[in-house]
Design a protein around this ligand. Structure first.
Ligand SMILES: Nc1ncnc2c1ncn2[C@@H]1O[C@H](COP(=O)(O)OP(=O)(O)OP(=O)(O)O)[C@@H](O)[C@H]1O
Ligand SMILES: [Mg+2]
Length: 257
């Protein structure tokens, strides 16, 4: 069973168009089983603004106090997940929204409670629950919120969640759908990038901000054995005539397609 994990960035959710859904349809017609993980950064920031709570980031991760966690869950699970499932429904797909803490789909540990608050790193993925949805014809749409051992919920960076889920499901591919066509260096899309090149471009500032957790998660996924990892656009056809478009990421100087 060829499983494809697609992480849909909050940056592009509002802009997902027919091209995106056509690619998704073609993927399914070609025998792939998509699992969607979503982000929601911009929507969380707008809601925090409304509540006059400042947004703070450390190394690309959102510092999450208890109050912020409440907002994160309200927005991601109550708004973003619903919006994405609604769009899938409109385009004729059978989506099943899952809050990552439901059925212990995602379990996590605090990364550093004193520095980051309720932010976690995934320790276990309930693959049975996800497979149950796939086997019954649904596209799981997973909100990156996890259950901690102490019963609290933790905010998980969507890119890291997608990489962990892809690894746990033995996915054939993990693709990060975002608001750019791939990794841009000096204004040009790079079609393939190795771990060494990525690290160089992070150090010299060509890769920055939200692209940093994305490429780091991409490298985690390749290192964990996910065969192909890509950064792709949600505004264009990312898959057409069995060809993928975007930047392919490879560990160990090797790009597998
Ligand atoms: N070298 C680069 N090439 C392309 N984009 C880059 C690069 N370096 C940094 N970026 C930035 O990374 C952004 C994508 O990451 P971002 O975290 O904003 O989106 P997302 O992960 O899709 O959404 P969300 O975090 O809400 O789920 C791009 O819009 C761009 O501004
Ligand atoms: Mg991001």
């Amino acid at each position: 069973m060829e499983i494809i994990v697609l992480k849909c960035g909050g940056s592009v959710l509002e802009e997902l168009n027919d091209d995106f859904f056509d690619s998704l349809r073609e993927l399914i017609e070609n025998g792939h089983y998509p699992v969607i993980v979503h982000g929601g950064g911009p929507a969380i920031n707008s809601m925090l603004d409304l509540y006059e709570i400042p947004a703070n980031f450390k190394d690309g991760l959102r510092v999450t106090c208890e109050k912020t966690m409440g907002i994160v869950e309200m927005v991601l699970s109550g708004q973003t997940n619903r919006q994405l499932c609604g769009m899938l429904l409109k385009h004729g797909f059978n989506a099943l929204g899952i809050n990552g803490s439901d059925g212990l789909c995602l379990q996590a540990d605090y990364i550093d409670k004193s520095e980051l608050g309720y932010v976690g790193t995934i320790t276990n993925v309930n693959t049975n629950l996800i497979m149950m949805a796939i086997e019954n014809g649904y596209i799981p749409v997973i909100t990156p919120i996890a259950a901690a051992k102490d019963g609290f919920k933790l905010n998980i960076n969507g890119d890291y969640a997608a990489a962990s889920i892809a690894k746990a499901l033995n996915a054939d591919r993990c693709a990060f759908v975002t608001n750019v066509d791939g990794i841009l260096i000096n204004g040009e899309i790079v079609s393939e990038m190795t771990d060494r090149e990525i690290n160089t471009h992070i150090s010299n500032g060509n890769i920055y901000g939200g692209m940093v957790p994305k490429v780091n998660s991409a490298l985690t996924a390749t290192a964990a054995g996910v065969e192909t990892v890509m950064i792709i656009s949600g505004k264009k056809q990312f898959y057409k005539n069995k060809c993928w478009h975007g930047t392919a990421i490879a560990a160990k100087e090797r790009v597998l397609k």
